[in-house]
Design a protein around this ligand. Structure first.
Ligand SMILES: Cc1cc2nc3c(=O)[nH]c(=O)nc-3n(C[C@H](O)[C@H](O)[C@H](O)COP(=O)(O)OP(=O)(O)OC[C@H]3O[C@@H](n4cnc5c(N)ncnc54)[C@H](O)[C@@H]3O)c2cc1C
Length: 420
């Protein structure tokens, strides 16, 4: 594939670069200390500005708020995003997970009602998949939804629900047929988080932030019109969302930004009276990471070529998720080792490097090796579906690994967005 810009693409790139140059908000070390409501308000305002400028969801159809553009333009925006060090978007789960799922599986009424507000950040989404007894074996979920006339009545509990503390909507897996084999009695519902009967209880992560939650449902009424796909066939839709989630969590954009931040840190941090980046061991470490980041970038281009040629993505999303999340963790680990004794100072401490973001990134990146399907689960998928190795012995007769059959549209590499 020819990776150079056509004259039209070069003009487009200049326009995006100029806009980002004039609009990316300046960040200070105090930003990380802002109370969550203020951080959320600011993040929504930033997403709205990006949307109004026309740089969001370039590949979505016009009628749902997108630009109807090709994936190459989306890639140009992503590349300029890295260059401008632009902040991630708060509505990532809407833009990159439920949005594409609704475009493929939703009703026309659902798309028209929900997609535009995902883009404008007027409505933030969270993911209600995991339960206390259902993580890697997601199909064991027990949250029950009974259909009474034109409403589902939902009872049960979700856990590890990122962003539920400020989300307006949840895309949620519920058991609608308890008698059916476990993968066949599940449905995919869209739940308004402001409905009576929903209780959100924050869980504090090891980063110290209340990033995810327990969510309890007590006789929560959900209109039948909020069902996505067929009744009892939510597993198919759930897998489509998992495919998008794995690509989101392995955003090339985010990894490139993180690596650039590491290089700048190594150039500024003094070790033995000179910048750490002049130390031979540090340089070797940075070179090893640079090779992995570049490989990830080129692999994203390879997948872009596949997309343009209409090839199916196969196990790409699992490979991307495994490689990207482990690389992010290794980048954060390298930063902590370069910083030495200063590494673990918390963000509240004035002496903390880069506003204390590195230890948070280290812990958060570890969490994302687990979230969206653990590294071990991705390795199972790659081994069985990609390399054709024998299936692991499982008690259930049907594949118990979420995303194992993951159908879905081709990967769009490295779109900007937040993480689950
Ligand atoms: C930061 C973060 C954010 C999250 N956000 C969300 C969210 O927004 N919404 C949501 O629904 N969920 C969310 N999750 C939950 C996440 O999807 C689950 O934690 C994940 O699927 C693993 O499930 P579990 O925690 O129950 O672990 P288990 O499934 O109990 O796994 C425990 C260990 O056993 C291993 N294991 C399990 N089965 C196998 C197997 N077949 N082969 C090999 N090893 C195996 C796992 O790899 C893991 O090491 C989040 C998790 C994290 C860490």
């Amino acid at each position: 594939m020819d990776l150079s810009d056509s004259p039209e693409e070069a003009t487009f790139r200049r326009t995006v670069r100029a806009w980002l140059g004039a609009n990316v908000p300046r960040r200070t070390r105090h930003d990380a200390l802002l109370p969550e409501p203020e951080r959320v308000t600011r993040a929504k305002a930033w997403q709205r500005r990006v949307y109004d400028a026309g740089w969001l969801a370039l590949a979505w159809p016009h009628e749902y708020g997108g630009q109807g553009a090709d994936v190459v333009r989306q890639t140009i925006v992503n590349e300029e995003w890295v260059r401008a060090r632009a902040p991630q978007l708060i509505g990532g789960m809407g833009i990159q997970m439920v949005g594409p799922t609704l475009i493929a599986h939703g009703t026309e009424a659902q798309r028209r009602r929900l997609l535009p507000k995902i883009l404008t950040a007027e409505e933030i989404w969270c993911q209600g998949y995991s339960e206390p007894g259902a993580g890697s074996d997601l199909a064991s979920l027990r949250t029950r939804a009974e259909l009474c006339d034109d409403q589902f009545v939902v009872n049960g509990q979700k856990i590890w629900t990122s962003n539920a503390q400020f989300a307006d909507w949840m895309f949620c897996l519920v058991r609608t047929d308890p008698e059916a084999p476990k993968h066949r009695g599940i449905s995919y519902l869209l739940v308004d988080m402001h409905t009576p009967g929903i209780t959100v209880r924050p869980l504090v992560q090891m980063t110290g932030d209340p990033g995810f939650n327990e969510v309890f449902f007590e006789d929560v009424r959900v209109p039948r019109a909020n069902l996505v796909g067929q009744l009892h066939d939510g597993w198919t839709v759930a897998n489509a969302t998992l495919f998008h989630e794995r690509n989101m969590l392995s955003s090339t954009t985010r990894t490139q930004q993180l690596f650039q931040r590491l290089v700048r840190r190594a150039q500024r941090h003094q070790r033995g009276g000179r910048p750490a980046s002049e130390d031979a061991v540090v340089r070797q470490r940075l070179a090893g990471l640079a090779i992995r980041v570049e490989t990830m970038r080129l692999e994203a281009y390879r997948q872009l070529t596949d997309t343009i040629r209409g090839r199916r993505p196969g196990i790409n999303a699992s490979v991307n998720k495994l490689v990207g999340c482990e690389l992010n963790h290794d980048i954060a680990r390298a930063a902590l080792e370069i910083l030495g004794d200063y590494a673990w100072l918390a963000k509240e401490d004035d002496r903390a490097a880069d506003g204390g973001l590195w230890p948070i990134d280290f812990m958060f990146a570890l969490g994302l090796i687990i979230g969206g399907g653990t590294a071990q689960v991705q390795k199972n998928i790659i081994a069985e579906r990609g390399l054709g190795m024998p299936r692991e012995v499982r008690p259930a007769p049907v594949a118990a690994v979420p995303g194992a059959a993951a159908p879905g549209p081709p990967a769009v590499p490295g779109t900007p967005g937040g993480a689950a």
